[in-house]
Design a protein around this ligand. Structure first.
Ligand code: HEC
Length: 140
């Protein structure tokens, strides 16, 4: 019993240290976290658009699904339902892109990429502000 508890603690410690390295699984809490999250979204989105094949498209879309889940939780924690809903919608389109990629459905990929791009724009128009120091969250 005692041994298994020690093992569990050791296992947890490993999980925690792995989690802090894996950007995708870390929950964004501060404005700085969110900035990193959006940079990762921008990178995955860019890679998805330039993906050489459907498999690569699907892999980048899967990253976006995880990132937008994080974004949704970030906005929910800040009691901003509108932004949380837009993050959720972005995640849904990313999931549809992943599905279409698996099915080799180029039209489905294109249609949901367009919808996804619209969602980025909608949220940026209301909540993103450009300052001399870079992009920041605009207070509603
Ligand atoms: C729910 C709202 C929301 C959605 C949806 C959203 N963003 Fe953002 N994004 C923001 C906010 C707010 C900022 C400014 C905060 C910051 O960058 O620190 C931002 C900043 C960015 C930045 C600038 C990061 C930097 O500082 O260099 C990039 C790139 C970006 N978003 C890409 C995207 C892309 C691509 C999508 C869609 C695939 C997307 N975002 C969807 C809210 C959103």
């Amino acid at each position: 019993m005692r041994v298994s508890r020690v093992l569990m603690a050791a296992g947890l410690a490993v999980l925690v240290s792995v989690g802090s390295v894996a950007v995708l699984s870390a929950q964004a809490k501060t404005d700085e976290d969110y900035d990193k999250l959006m940079k990762a979204v921008g990178a995955a989105n860019g890679a998805m658009r330039k993906a050489p094949d459907a498999a690569a498209t699907g892999a980048e879309a899967a990253k976006l699904v995880a990132l937008f889940k994080d974004a949704q939780q970030f906005w929910t924690a800040r009691s901003n339902k509108e932004a949380a809903d837009w993050a959720a919608a972005a995640g849904t389109h990313a999931a549809e892109i992943e599905k279409a990629a698996k099915a080799g459905n180029a039209e489905g990929i294109a249609a949901h990429q367009k919808e996804l791009g619209g969602t980025c724009m909608t949220c940026h128009t209301k909540y993103r502000e450009k300052t001399e120091a870079g992009f920041v969250i605009k207070k509603g």
